[in-house]
Design a binder for this molecule. Sequence first.
Ligand SMILES: NC(=O)c1ccc[n+]([C@@H]2O[C@H](COP(=O)([O-])OP(=O)(O)OC[C@H]3O[C@@H](n4cnc5c(N)ncnc54)[C@H](O)[C@@H]3O)[C@@H](O)[C@H]2O)c1
Length: 349
Amino acid sequence: MSKTRFAIIGAGNIAAAYAAAFKQCPALELIAIADINAENSSKIAAGTNARIYRTYKELYECEPFLNAVIVSTPPNLHEEISCFFLNKGISVLCEKPLCTNLFGAVQIASAALKSSAVFAMASKFRYCRDLNTARDIIGSGTLGKILQVENSFNSTVDMSNRWNSNREIAGGGVLIDNGTHSVDIVRFLIGPIIEVFAIDGGNTSWLDVEENVIVLAKTVSETVATIDLSWGIDKSKPYFVSVYGTDGTLHIGWRESKYKLHKSQDWIIFGDGYDKIEAFTGKLCNFANAVAGKESLLTNIDDALASVVAIDAAYRSLETRQWQPVRQLEVSAITDVNEYSTSALSAVR
Ligand SMILES: NC(=O)c1ccc[n+]([C@@H]2O[C@H](COP(=O)([O-])OP(=O)(O)OC[C@H]3O[C@@H](n4cnc5c(N)ncnc54)[C@H](O)[C@@H]3O)[C@@H](O)[C@H]2O)c1
């Protein structure tokens, strides 16, 4: 049986997680890597037969049997590279954030819609087993009506010398970086976000972009979500998601996940927490199976676009200090991409 042939474009930190995931997926083959930094490519290629290129265009010209690419460059390149491959009929798994602004995101969505190839944004938490179990528990009604959800991604990372703190490259700071995961998690667990209010949580390194942010979000089911994001504050929380229902409480942790009903004294443990390699392997296999026509994508272009729209609204809220509506945008409903270049929805950063 022929393997699905992949290339990685951008051989940095996150490419290493994909390289580890490829080792868990014998039906996939990493055949090529493109990076402007050949040393980075060599590190990711070690132990594989992958050929190395300096540019993604050179890679495309030299690899006629390519099925799919993983775009893991800094975000300002996602639109150009994703659209290039989609227009050539090559499937694309693009790292988050989808793009640095809504206009670019709509361009990618439009290219994905027109292409015969498969497109997904790499939303790794969708492939976390505990998150899926939690969604089932919530969906079963065991916790009653869900009133509140909390998500926290708090760590201390020095972004001062990385592209992450360069607005032109990253599209913003911690809000677009980690918040992209957050809004997708809330959507996945509870449903569409309809309104957001974002507050700057202060500076810790005095970067040019926001470093610590709190976002309040209201969902279509009237659940209130609190999203707590920081690059500079170590809150050392054991759980990254907590769900509070009328009948019970549920926590998804880094090392353990559990829930408890109000009428009971006992916590029920339902998982071991977050396993990075499992999540990356899961998303890679699901994407490759979708490319091979064997299964549906667990997360599609509408999910990717929804994350951009919600983050875009959160940036507008930071600017205006007011609640901002989150438009429900479906890729198939986009008739004119140019509308988003001038719309109030395009980034104001
Ligand atoms: N899903 C996650 O949990 C997660 C975690 C970290 C990063 N990311 C995302 O992955 C992407 C990459 O992040 P990273 O931390 O690996 O960054 P990185 O800086 O470590 O790696 C980026 C790589 O892209 C290369 N590159 C730059 N311009 C290029 C070009 N024109 N063509 C080819 N290669 C080019 C760089 O040389 C570098 O090797 C970003 O979108 C980031 O947001 C996702």
